[in-house]
Design a protein around this ligand. Structure first.
Ligand code: BEZ
Length: 234
């Protein structure tokens, strides 16, 4: 696995015997690390394919929307990596995490923050605008500022120990076409199918000067928001 997410795991500081919820566990790479650390771990993900992949690793993973968590006062900590930006209702997420935690329980997460993939979104919007799509297509992600998310955590009953926004340029395992193919659907779907190939090529050319290097690699302009928070004692 890549090292991304390990710093958030270190911030969680999992202890053997703790019961931990991995919120948006994906294929379960970090869930497995928590199990290796001696924790009892439940993973949840909203995508059936991810749940299936994680179960293949032998993990206890359930298909569940992170905005409708179904747990009550049973976890010492809730952990989440690279998932909260897919959940457009942060207040529902925070309320569900609060319900899932025992008193003093910790909530530690890392996800896309304000400015995440801004260069890519700007190129997508410019290309759509040139084709008459005003408003730039619908933004499928939630990338908050630290002060906005901290206020939500506090309103949800958490004490915020630390929260930080930082750039984390991320080399792409494929190329920009692959990234846009996987994640750009909500933008390209605004166009008639016959225009999409041209639009994709134009987005890539707009991004080349800033995100493609001389060694032939693409890097996405990821920005991370990482925080640790906890509930008060009972
Ligand atoms: C991310 O920041 O991890 C991300 C953002 C948008 C699409 C895919 C991944």
């Amino acid at each position: 696995m890549s090292g991304f997410g390990l710093a958030a795991l270190a911030l969680l500081n999992p202890q053997p015997g703790e019961r931990i919820l991995d919120l948006g566990c994906g294929e379960g790479a970090l869930t497995a690390k928590l199990v290796e650390a001696g924790c009892t771990v439940v993973g949840v993900d909203g995508a059936a394919a991810m749940v299936e992949a994680a179960r293949h690793r032998g993990l206890d993973v359930r298909l569940m929307d992170g905005q409708r968590l179904q747990f009550s006062a049973e976890f010492d900590a809730v952990f989440s990596n690279a998932a909260l930006h897919w959940m457009p209702d942060p207040d529902a997420v925070i309320a569900g995490v609060r319900r899932a935690l025992k008193p003093s329980g910790r909530f530690v997460a890392e996800f896309g923050g304000h400015g995440n993939v801004a260069t890519i979104v700007e190129a997508l919007r410019a290309v759509l605008a040139r084709r008459g799509v005003e408003g730039g297509g619908s933004m499928p992600w939630y990338f908050p500022k630290p002060e906005t998310y901290a206020a939500k955590l506090r309103a949800g009953g958490f004490a915020v120990e630390n929260i930080a926004l930082f750039p984390r340029p991320t080399p792409l395992p494929t190329d920009m076409a692959g990234w846009l193919d996987t994640f750009g659907e909500s933008f390209f779907s605004q166009l008639p199918p016959r225009d999409r190939d041209d639009a994709l090529a134009e987005v890539i050319e707009r991004l080349r000067p800033s995100l493609y290097d001389h060694a032939g690699h693409w890097t996405a302009d990821y920005v991370r928001l990482r925080f640790a928070a906890h509930l008060p004692r009972a």
